[in-house]
Write a protein that binds this ligand. Structure first.
Ligand SMILES: Nc1ncnc2c1ncn2[C@@H]1O[C@H](COP(=O)(O)OP(=O)(O)O)[C@@H](O)[C@H]1O
Ligand SMILES: *[C@@H]1O[C@H](CO)[C@@H](O)[C@H](O)[C@H]1NC(C)=O
Ligand SMILES: *[C@@H]1O[C@H](CO)[C@@H](O)[C@H](O)[C@H]1NC(C)=O
Ligand SMILES: [Mg+2]
Length: 538
């Protein structure tokens, strides 16, 4: 009897410690331990599943579905930075279509309660929000993975937006980052894909996003650069109120405007979509090709449009994540674009090689969707599982090879690519009102120096004679011809789009056509990978 009692007691004790530990973890460490255990267990399950089932005898599609669901559940359960990570996954175009489900992570996150907001204000300012502001609405108007936004009024009557960081983020970030590294490292070893090279860089940038002092600084630098251009009348960044801002609370000027995500509202209010989109493409092209300080998250939720004196004005929000490019990269990247459009294969290959990329096709396609050249026909449809397996294995090898020389690959490309992708998706969502490619190419050419000739020994700077002069003239002519052709195909596409809308109610815009081209090109380069077109819209 006493033995049973002892065992019961012991079980009770262990159970009690377990429950206490769980409660401690949940309430004081914001579930750090549980979250990390979940990550590691998920990692182990996925690894085993792949090792056992990524072969010619298994159903690869079912495997992808299982793994995608496991990772998605993990992101949803763990929240915070995991949502950011999941959003990244949603925008990788070479993942199998099963990863479409990651789109769900773009939906709004739940708000935290009034009590929690009060505590954050006490910690940050030593007093409650109602003592700082004339008015503070505890009901948040928006909530995302890291923060939520409240409307408030300063003592002088100015209406402001107050961005409040969710409390768990700072506590979780340390372990989240370690876990992130473990997972990336495991994926690298498991699939023999070079991934870990980017971990430091990505971690550095994700950390920045959790520091609103940094975000405030970025916003001002962004405005400063806009002020240097002709765009300053048409682009605005909300003013920051530093005296009401800390690492976890940021107060900015309130903007009454329409979200870029709401196309119909823009149309109903007579806002010119071509004008708005032209402005957006130009301001980010300027960041990429001239300034080298680039907003990494220009998705439609982070862009407002308002009317000032009748003209539409674009307002840029959410400056948490910026990439600072080296001047060398800015110059090379602008030259790379310019040479692609001048059909100067020498110059573009040379730059790609200096980045450790031997495969110009892949990078050119990823950058531009090669709009001036028709894609090769789609590869034969895969019928058997063995075919599919072989094809996916080969594609993986090609991808590995493509990324082999990762030491020389500019890491800026990760985030600049993200910017390009968001702007592309915005244009597409609005029905492709502008020819984004030409606007960007012109901006690249303007900033890649005045000399047109980019090949040969006199790469920028030195004296050059008649021969080089001719070459340069030719290069410029090629550039203009290419742009004229793209312009023509843009116009033709617009006509078909218009007719399509008249006849069937829907028409494909220029970005839709380019996406299909890109998909075809990527699929012919990576056979067996089903390129998921909507992944481009992340
Ligand atoms: N200054 C502002 N004026 C009006 N609304 C704003 C302002 N700042 C943010 N918002 C609203 O709050 C939302 C979230 O703000 P954002 O800065 O993008 O935070 P997050 O980093 O959480 O995405 C925006 O999409 C916008 O609707
Ligand atoms: C940008 O210009 C406006 C007015 O032209 C000025 O009020 C503002 O202070 C400038 N901002 C920066 C960061 O230079
Ligand atoms: C938009 O323009 C139309 C016609 O020009 C006008 O009737 C309508 O009132 C305008 N709408 C708004 C919101 O300005
Ligand atoms: Mg945002």
């Amino acid at each position: 009897m006493s033995r049973y009692l002892k065992i019961t007691k012991r079980i009770g004790l262990i159970g009690g410690i377990g429950v206490a530990g769980w409660a401690l973890d949940k309430y004081f460490y914001y579930s750090t331990i549980q979250r990390n255990v979940k990550t590691l267990v998920t990692g182990v399950i996925i690894s085993i599943d792949y090792k056992l089932n990524f072969n010619e005898h298994s159903d690869i599609n079912a495997l992808h579905t299982r793994v995608a669901n496991l990772i998605l559940d993990l992101c949803k359960n763990n929240g915070g930075l995991y949502i950011k990570f999941g959003q990244q996954i949603a925008s990788v175009p070479v993942l199998p279509p099963q990863y479409n489900i990651f789109k769900a992570l773009f939906d709004n996150a739940p708000c935290v309660e009034k009590k929690v907001v009060e505590r954050i204000f006490l910690e940050e300012f030593g007093t409650l929000a109602q003592n700082i502001y004339e008015d503070f609405d505890y009901e948040a108007i928006a909530s995302a993975s890291i923060a939520q936004v409240h409307k408030a009024k300063l003592k002088d009557g100015t209406v402001v937006a107050v961005k409040v960081q969710k409390p768990e983020i700072q506590k979780q970030i340390y372990w989240d980052m370690i876990c992130y590294r473990v997972v990336i490292y495991a994926l690298e070893k498991l699939f023999d894909l070079p991934l870990y090279w980017s971990a430091d860089y990505i971690e550095f940038h994700l950390r920045q996003e959790t520091d609103f002092i940094n975000e405030a600084k970025n916003a001002e630098i962004c405005q400063h650069h806009i002020n240097q251009t002709d765009l300053k009348k048409y682009v605005h960044v909300p003013k920051v109120y530093h005296e009401y801002s800390t690492k976890r609370v940021m107060t900015t000027e309130w903007i009454d405007g329409f979200s870029l995500a709401k196309k119909q509202e823009l149309v109903d209010n007579n806002i010119s979509l071509p004008f708005v989109m032209d402005t957006i493409v130009k301001v980010f092209a300027d960041q990429i090709f001239r300034v080298g300080f680039v907003h990494c998250d220009p998705h439609p939720g982070n862009i407002l449009v308002r009317k000032t004196n009748g003209a539409p004005q674009v307002v840029l929000l959410d400056h948490g994540l910026y990439v600072r490019c080296t001047p060398k990269f800015v110059d090379e990247y602008a030259t790379f674009w310019k040479s692609l459009f001048s059909l100067d294969i020498d110059a573009s290959s040379r730059i790609a090689k200096s980045w450790g990329i031997e495969d110009l096709n892949v990078i050119a396609t990823a950058t531009l969707a090669r709009p001036w050249r028709a894609g090769k026909p789609i590869h034969s449809t895969k019928t058997t599982i063995t075919d599919l397996f072989e094809a996916q294995k080969n594609s993986k090898n090609r991808l590995s090879k493509f990324l082999k020389n990762t030491e020389s690959l500019p890491k800026e490309l990760i985030f600049v690519g993200r910017n390009l992708n968001c702007v592309r998706a915005n244009n597409k969502m609005l029905g492709s009102p502008v020819n984004r490619i030409n606007i960007m190419a012109n901006c690249a050419a303007e900033n890649a120096g005045l000399k047109w000739q980019t090949s040969g020994n006199t790469f920028r700077g030195e004296e050059y004679g008649l021969w080089n002069h001719l070459k340069s003239g030719f290069s410029k002519l090629m550039f203009q011809t290419t742009l004229a052709m793209i312009s023509l195909s843009f116009k033709i596409t617009q006509i078909f789009q218009y007719l399509g809308k008249l006849i069937s109610g829907k028409g494909s815009g220029f970005e839709d056509v380019m996406d299909s081209n890109m998909r075809r090109n990527l699929e012919s380069m990576f056979p067996g990978m089903n390129i998921n077109e909507s992944a481009f819209d992340g």
